[in-house]
Design a protein. Structure first.
Length: 104
């Protein structure tokens, strides 16, 4: 196993032309991410406080579902993360600090 990867053992699914559990979860996660982005726009454009509160409830439910879907996929080994090297983290931190300094 690559020591640079962070993942769980992969749950194998059938391959072939028919959709499998991993395919369905990938589709679900993709749609939840899109819904979450679109709800953010709806929140910022809500015309009154009551509408905003209703949208916020929906947004929170969608965000929770998106997170749970991602966590399940990671648990099943269908999502793999890569460990970042310290030098990469340091470079990104320096870049962000420079951008912040430029704002001031």
């Amino acid at each position: 196993m690559n020591n640079n990867k962070v993942c769980n053992p992969k749950k194998e699914v059938p391959t072939g032309i028919e959709l499998n559990d991993q395919d369905y979860m990938t589709i679900l996660l993709t749609h939840l991410k899109e819904l979450e982005k679109n709800m953010t726009v709806a929140l910022t454009e809500a015309s009154n406080e009551k509408l905003y509160r209703e949208y916020k409830k929906m947004f929170d439910a969608i965000a929770d579902a998106q997170r749970k879907s991602y966590e399940l996929m990671f648990y099943l080994g269908w999502y793999t993360l890569e460990k970042a090297k310290d030098t990469k983290i340091d470079a990104l931190e320096k870049n962000l600090q420079t951008q912040l300094d430029n704002l001031n």
